[in-house]
Design a protein around this ligand. Sequence first.
Ligand SMILES: [Fe+2]
Ligand SMILES: [Fe+2]
Length: 298
Amino acid sequence: MSALTIVQVSDTHLSRKWAYFQDNWDAFLDCMHEERPDFIFVTGDMCFNGAKTPDDLAYTREQMARLPVPWRAIPGNHDIGDTPPDRRLKGPITAARRTRYRRQFGPDFWVEDLGGWRFIGLNAQLLESGLAAEKAQMAMLQDALASADDRSVALLIHKPLFLQNRDETGHALSRLWPRSRKRLLSLCEKYRVKLVASGHRHCYRSMRHGTTRLIWAPPTSFIDTRATGSGPRLTRRVGYIRYRFEGKRFSHEFVEPPRFINYDMRNWMAAHGSTTRLPPRPLPRGESERHQRLARQN
Ligand SMILES: [Fe+2]
Ligand SMILES: [Fe+2]
């Protein structure tokens, strides 16, 4: 079986009206046109604030249409709202927000078989949300794992399982909550999941948990260099991940394209706590129409 090159891109935070992070996305698209991977996974926070601004979802969907190869996305808290009660941004995941997301991007949890691998995408914000779809997602996951046969398995989920160790307590929005983490970790062990790929933390990290490799994809949008407390071997720079899947093995690299600029939002975050509170900064006139013309040329 031939090797697969797959790219993971995360936390693009795109918007027509708050177009702060468009430049690295445009540079990323140029990279994809050049390297043409077999597939692209987008691991959430595609939108600047899709939970509150429906046009961010529509605009980001238009931007994804500019990708020159097949892709699939899972939602982040900025796309669909965070796990209730969402104390930070006060826009929790609801059935209505989920519907709005799915109208643009399709299912928020799914299975994609590529080569000898099974990739399972999950909606992190749905876990412990109390929404009816939470059970359906868990049933899909159990099913997808049990029927993987001799395929190797990778999970994609916006939030990391934990920051430092599996015993972390509390309901912080920075990672999965203890009950969901325990459940996912026991499934990882039972089914020998080889990779859990996430985003959300706006930094790159690669670590091992048992036989599972945990990879945090860097953002394309911005970093916050005030943050310190998430452990060693962590790189706070923008970029993306390039994987190579060959047989039952895989390797990865953290890619930092020369045209990517490391936007450090530390001053704004210190003053206002979230990029969603930035004032509007619309795309230049005619730019989104130009993007649509480019997408049609794909
Ligand atoms: Fe993000
Ligand atoms: Fe996030």
